[in-house]
Design a protein around this ligand. Structure first.
Ligand SMILES: [Zn+2]
Length: 141
């Protein structure tokens, strides 16, 4: 499924495209702007992912997190890498979730919702792309 997105066969709200990783909105976000950072090459789990891909993966996650703070007013971020159990897609992916004080996120209950419509998701993705492209926040560089 992620491979179809990476190849462009299935549409997604892309946030970041880099040589080794891509990032796009999770269709069932915990909070709006919840982004998945994914290696372009298929590896099922972190254990199967070559070590030299981990730095680009985390660096992209860090940049996306900065963009969530810059573009969406997030006060912080939650990073997660769910493996095998409850791993909905067997292609390693880093969740980057924007957080605010009192947002109600508890443990790993992960209440999820849908975007109101495609336009709402497009607007969020556009805001994140803009923040990443502008490089104005210190960690987007
Ligand atoms: Zn894959």
């Amino acid at each position: 499924m992620f491979d179809d997105i990476i190849e462009g066969a299935v549409p997604a709200h892309l946030v970041l495209e880099e040589p080794e990783v891509v990032a796009f909105l999770d269709v069932y976000p915990v909070f709006d702007g919840h982004t998945l950072v994914v290696p372009r090459l298929h590896y099922g789990t972190l254990a199967e992912t070559p070590p030299d891909l981990l730095a680009p993966l985390m660096a992209a996650g860090r940049r996306v997190a900065a963009a969530q703070r810059e573009a969406l007013g997030a006060q912080g971020n939650f990073f997660a890498l769910n493996e095998v159990v409850s791993q909905s897609v067997p292609h390693v992916h880093l969740h980057v979730v924007p957080r605010r004080q009192g947002d109600g996120l508890r443990g790993f209950l992960w209440p999820r919702h849908s975007y109101a419509d495609d336009a709402a998701a497009s607007a969020v993705a556009r805001a994140l792309r803009g923040a990443l492209a502008s490089g104005e926040s210190e960690l987007t560089r």
